[in-house]
Design a protein around this ligand. Structure first.
Ligand code: E4P
Length: 224
């Protein structure tokens, strides 16, 4: 499973990249707005920081505007993937951008029928928003499983990019469901490492070691 960070914060991207576990980044207008910097500078900085796909979302209201925006985004860096909303105009824009060799992430997917449309339109990624479904008492992970079945039935190449992830269990469940990518906030990425028993185990091992280290392993200590 590929790990993407869902952020426009360069420092977070740097930290995740340093661990060698980062495969890409997704952004949206809300995340970029939060940075309070020039849009193009933010996009360029992200592309220079991560080696992998960087989703950048259009804000145009019709297909023509979305296509124009998408073409401009794609010129910024070869790793840019244009994000379009899963509405009729977005799907029209997707088809056109794909025909021009530009990769597209169809976002705001909340149903299997929408995911089927994204795949038929040639999207590179479809983004089911599982957290926002959970928020309204619908099981977001059921959507991921349904998409997986549908795509397998017909051999669609569109990758399932699980979005709106809120906690580590979402990542684990998405992996069990066979999703290709999980995009997550930096906080969730960090939480993937954590287990209280790991911390406790380490604490105990070191406490035991420190009690006897000078008596029974003098040669190892001198090497440290
Ligand atoms: C994905 O591409 C979106 O940017 C993101 O996952 C939305 O998540 P949210 O529902 O936490 O805003």
């Amino acid at each position: 499973m590929k790990f993407f960070l869902d952020t426009a914060d360069i420092e977070e991207i740097r930290r995740a990249r340093a661990l060698g576990l980062l495969d890409g980044v997704t952004t949206n207008p809300s995340l970029i707005a939060k940075e309070g910097r020039n849009f193009w500078e933010v996009v360029k900085d992200i592309c220079q920081t991560v080696q992998g796909p960087v989703s950048v979302e259009v804000v145009g209201l019709n297909a023509t505007e979305m296509i124009e925006e998408g073409k401009r985004f794609a010129k910024v860096h070869k790793n840019v993937v244009v994000k379009v909303p899963l509405i009729e105009e977005g799907i029209q824009a997707c088809r056109e951008l794909v025909s021009q060799g530009i990769r597209v992430n169809v976002t705001l997917c909340f149903s299997p029928s929408q995911a089927l449309i994204a795949a038929k339109a040639g999207a590179t990624y479809v983004s089911p928003f599982i957290g926002r479904l959970d928020d309204i008492s619908q099981n977001g992970m059921d959507l991921v499983r349904d998409i997986r079945t549908i795509y397998q039935n017909y051999g669609f190449k569109t990758e399932i990019l699980v979005a709106s992830i809120r906690h580590p269990l979402h990542v684990v469940e998405a992996a069990k469901a066979g999703a290709h990518v999980a995009t997550m906030p930096y906080k969730v990425f960090n939480q993937l490492f954590q287990h209280p028993q790991t911390d406790l185990g380490l604490e105990r091992f070191l406490a035991d070691w420190n009690k006897v280290k000078d008596k029974i392993f003098p040669e190892q200590i001198s090497c440290l």
